[in-house]
Design a protein. Structure first.
Length: 600
């Protein structure tokens, strides 16, 4: 939930750590701080965004750690901002995750130590202070301290008079970057990608001492090696590229993201899909059930493909909110595949559901955007969605790439199971191939969508209705609007309106109706009539010209078969963006939210 970064080398650490924090700000942005290390420790921190953090431009320090926070324990204040220090201000610690037993540790330490914050993290520098009094190395002290911590953490520590930085990982990501006579560490490669792409990902239990010329990793008392990999990274992909917001840029990147997702995976002639998944075909043929676990937007992507999977791959499918997941009895783990959909690969609820599935004996597949993320290590197999980096907190291009990847998986599985004919496969693959072009047409219609959004921007409550895959798009589109505009927005199965929510509809409640053919538009038309007769203005998203007489405004989408509701979603991403922009909201960093939710 928070972002950590660190640097050791020949350059001024202040500037590099500050830059790294700016790149990580999507992970949390309610307070930030840095500690510059070496012979002395200098801490600069404050509430507010990273850009508001001030410290001397050239610090003269060549060791630094930094943190951008999304508060869990204690409000976003200067005192609660990281780094946290010991009583003598000689040890500085930044932390991502939660230390569950901090209250008892704090109670034990309070007699001899002075605490300044309400955070769980602050116990760590005080515990380290006691250990370093025994004259051990910083690495040994961190080793002793982490034995006492319960919960999840990524820690980075620097101490006056001690070489470099020591980091420790337990269930929160940490990646080390290798430069020439310099090393980086961060929660995510984004922090230092402009400096190096040679990285190694730490595993649970790893404690690493990072100096300018070496990285030594210990696990369980022994030295271990972690492979150094080259990550593919287009640094410009993580910049705004002339757009006002990352979200708008990422919405516009969708045709390209979809091309990347599909590239090299479809054989048009045979109707086959090639996916590099490490799951044996006989196992896939014997499957009886798929459980999809995910949160938020990724959960909606799961809902989107459920019907396709059931219809074509001849398999029972459930889609479960990861935070509610329970591998209930009565299921045969040997014939159950659990698919975790997670853009970041670090969402704590999703990881926890995946681990429960692993414990129950089911096989697991991760669908993720993030190479080397925790989910790729915990799952039996991984399928990358290849959307490229997404910085805006609101997921946009990753949603469409998740749906496209999961649809490819549907065809792959259905073909392996002999459940799908070539012509059925071709219908879906043609629809997938048509997606980038159809999305581009929606983007070209931006001005119209913006004008409609501006017209309705003063409304305080929006309803979204749809059926079948259009229902998942209604849920996703409502989530997008509420998270960035702070207006009430709710998605409904169109048929459910009359069973209660209709009572809330009046002339001030715009209703956005998914009227694409494949979202069972003819039945949704009845719901549109119901809300119209209560005076509600209706915005239809449709490929069917016939609906124009029914609705007040219409966003056209191309008729491309089963993927049509995805295209409708893009129109509604733009609608949400423009409503929020008209209100002057903090679109890339909506209040109270963070991109990567690493706490349960
Ligand atoms: O990284 P994940 O896909 O696991 O994230 C899950 C949700 O937190 C995420 O999809 C969230 O709902 C979106 N950022 C909202 O736009």
């Amino acid at each position: 939930m928070c972002g950590i970064t660190g640097y050791v080398g020949g350059e001024d650490s202040g500037e590099i750590v500050h830059e790294g924090l700016k790149n990580l700000e999507y992970r949390g942005y309610d307070s930030a701080g840095v500690a510059l290390g070496g012979e002395t420790i200098q801490v600069h921190k404050r509430e507010g965004e990273v850009s508001e953090l001030e410290f001397p431009e050239t610090s003269g320090h060549t060791v630094g750690i930094g943190h951008t926070r999304w508060s869990t324990h204690g409000e976003p204040t200067q005192e609660n901002a990281h780094p946290h220090t010991d009583c003598r201000d000689e040890i500085a610690v930044v932390h991502n995750g939660i230390i569950e037993n901090y209250e008892e540790l704090k109670e034990e330490l309070q007699a001899a130590h002075f605490f300044e914050s309400e955070t769980d993290t602050e116990v760590v520098p005080h515990l380290l202070e006691d250990e370093l009094d025994d004259d051990v190395s910083l690495r040994a002290a961190v080793h002793r301290v982490v034995q006492r911590l319960e919960g999840s953490f990524a820690l980075a520590v620097t101490a006056a008079g001690h070489d470099g930085i020591v980091v420790a990982r337990e269930d929160s990501p940490l990646v080390i970057g290798y430069g020439e006579n310099e090393h980086f560490v961060a929660s995510d490669v984004t922090a230092f990608a402009e400096h190096t792409r040679e990285v190694s990902f730490l595993e649970n239990g790893d404690i690493a001492l990072i100096t300018n010329d070496s990285v030594t990793i210990h696990n369980d008392g022994s030295v271990v090696e972690r492979p150094v990999e080259t990550v593919e990274w287009d640094a410009t992909a993580a910049e705004k590229g002339g757009y006002e917001h990352y979200m708008l840029k990422e919405i516009h990147e969708q045709p390209q993201a979809l091309r990347q997702t599909l590239s090299g995976r479809i054989d048009d002639l045979s109707g086959d899909v090639t996916l590099d998944i490490d799951l044996p075909e006989p196992y896939l043929q014997s499957l009886e059930e798929i459980q999809i676990v995910a949160c938020g937007t990724s959960y909606h992507a799961g809902l989107y493909v459920r019907d396709l999977l059931e219809q074509y791959a001849d398999i029972r499918v459930s889609v479960e909110l990861a935070s509610e997941y329970d591998f209930r009895g009565g299921r045969d783990p040997w014939r159950t595949l659990v698919v975790a959909i997670t853009q970041s690969g670090e969402t704590a609820d999703t990881l926890s559901a995946l681990r429960e599935a692993n414990r129950s004996g089911a096989r697991t597949l991760a669908l993720t955007n993030t190479v080397g993320s925790t989910v790729t290590r915990d799952a039996d197999a991984t399928l990358y969605i290849r959307a490229g980096p997404e910085i805006g907190v609101a997921a946009t291009k990753t949603f469409v790439s998740q749906v496209a990847t999961a649809t490819l998986f549907t065809v792959y599985l259905a073909r392996v199971r002999g459940a799908m004919s070539v012509s059925q496969a071709s219908e879906i693959l043609e629809s997938l191939n048509a997606l980038p072009g159809a999305v581009q047409q929606v983007l070209d219609n931006n001005d119209h969508i913006e004008a409609v959004a501006n017209e309705y921007a003063d409304s305080r409550s929006f309803f979204y209705i749809g059926r079948a895959s259009g229902y998942s798009v209604a849920l996703e589109s409502a989530l997008k609007l509420k998270e960035i505009s702070y207006d009430h927005a709710e998605g409904f199965a169109a048929g459910e309106l009359k069973h209660g929510p209709l009572a809330l509809v009046d002339e001030d409640t715009p209703v956005i109706a998914l009227l694409t053919d494949h979202a069972a538009s003819s039945e949704t038309v009845n719901s549109v009539k119901e809300v119209k007769s209560r005076g509600a203005p209706v915005i239809g998203v449709s490929s069917d010209i016939e609906t124009t007489s029914l609705v007040d405004e219409q966003f056209d989408v191309a008729d491309i078969g089963p993927m049509e509701p995805v295209v409708a979603n893009v129109a509604l991403q733009l609608f949400a963006y423009h409503v929020a922009n008209e209100k002057g909201r903090s679109i890339d960093k909506p209040r109270n939210l963070a991109k990567s939710v690493t706490v349960e």
